[in-house]
Design a protein. Structure first.
Length: 188
């Protein structure tokens, strides 16, 4: 269901498109890719690009983050194709500082500490939050499919599904949790 009808007389100014994709690699690693593109719908003068026309991209930036099964960053690549200032892309190598970090609790704080502010790019840094979400949406569910034929260790303790406690549907006292993850269900 779309949003309600907007108020009349609006002028479309800006479009930001964020795209995220997850891939399983034949070497057993996971690539999470993100792209951010910004477009203005009006012309303006740029101090480094001259006149920017309506529909021209203002930003077009890409990230490939490679993770292992434990959500540890093993490779990172950042490329900026379109950016507002001639020096923006000089920070691309700085993102190597994320190699070795684990995606999970405190992820964005660690990202900002290593490549935030003058050490990075706001637009690229903003991609790492949704990229973590895509990793959590992709890796556990595909791992279950990938490993379906592997023998299970009956003595291994069950791990709490990452979604439990994270939203209304997956609350500890939710009927969804009761049905799909009864070991973690806790009545109110």
């Amino acid at each position: 269901m779309p949003l309600s009808e907007p108020k009349p007389g609006r002028k479309h100014l800006h479009t930001r498109t964020i795209r995220m994709d997850a891939f399983y690699r034949e070497d057993g690693l996971w690539d999470i890719e993100g792209e951010v593109t910004d477009v203005k719908n009006y012309a303006y003068a740029s101090p480094t690009r001259g006149n920017v026309e309506p529909g021209d991209r203002v930003h077009d930036m890409f990230v490939r983050m490679t993770l292992d099964d434990r959500f540890t960053v093993v490779e990172i690549e950042v490329k900026m194709d379109i950016f507002p200032f001639s020096i923006c892309n000089q920070v691309e190598p700085n993102f190597q500082d994320l190699v070795g970090l684990k995606v999970g609790s405190g992820w964005m704080k660690a990202v900002r500490e290593r490549v935030g502010g003058k050490h990075g790019c706001t637009h690229v840094v903003e991609l790492f939050g949704p990229m973590a979400t895509v990793a959590f949406q992709s890796i556990p569910s595909y791992t279950r499919i990938r490993d379906a034929d592997k023998p299970k260790d009956p003595g291994k303790p069950k791990r709490k599904p990452f979604a439990i406690g994270g939203c209304y549907s997956w609350a500890y006292d939710s009927p969804v949790t009761k049905e799909l993850a009864p070991d973690w269900y806790r009545p109110d």
